[in-house]
Ligand binder design. Structure first.
Ligand code: SAM
Length: 169
């Protein structure tokens, strides 16, 4: 079970990025995303994709993040450019009930102490979506992209156009 905790979501400003965080989390093997700020529109968007493309990925918004972090029983990882290199830490990170924390704007200082591992996907700034995708892909050894789809809509790989089977309704 892998859960992503998204901190600092500002509904007006971060709508697209947090949607992408959730969709990337789902495709790259996470089971759920928890978002610190309540955002029903974001929940609807993500649940609609899950309905059409399958699986049991969950989204919850308005989550008290500090309490979640303090009370989490499994291992906790914070993705940050200030952390230790992913290649040095990966083999030490347990997979069971893993919580992965990502930020939006400046992440509060105590987060660095509330987690077990501060992991850098390179020590330069880029994006929470990129950091999450690379981290999950490495953690899963690339397996998540090879898993069989349970989607109502199925996209057939096509060298040039779009081949879609099924119906999303
Ligand atoms: N300036 C913010 C800070 O000091 O915390 C970070 C902003 S960044 C756009 C948003 C999030 O992307 C970060 O909180 C972190 O989770 C993730 N991120 C960005 N670059 C990263 C990197 N090189 N390694 C790991 N995570 C990264």
């Amino acid at each position: 079970m892998i859960t992503v905790l998204r901190l600092g979501h500002r509904p007006a400003r971060d709508k697209r990025v947090t949607t992408h965080v959730a969709l990337a989390a789902r495709v790259f093997g996470a089971d759920a995303v928890l978002v610190s700020t309540r955002d029903p529109a974001l929940e609807r968007t993500v649940r609609s994709v899950v309905r059409r493309f399958g699986g049991s990925f969950r989204i919850e918004t308005g989550v008290p993040w500090r309490q979640t972090l303090r009370e989490w029983h499994g291992p906790k990882v914070h993705l940050t450019m200030y952390g230790l290199p992913i290649d040095d830490l990966l083999s030490r990170i347990p997979r069971d009930d893993l919580l992965i924390v990502i930020g939006a704007e400046k992440v509060p200082r105590d987060v660095y102490d509330l987690v077990d591992f501060n992991v850098a996907v390179g020590n330069e700034p880029h994006s929470e979506v990129a950091a999450l995708a690379v981290f999950l892909d490495r953690l899963m050894g690339g397996r998540s992209l090879r898993s069989e789809s349970t989607a109502r809509i199925r996209i057939r790989p096509n060298p040039r156009g779009k081949s879609v089977e099924g119906s999303g309704h």
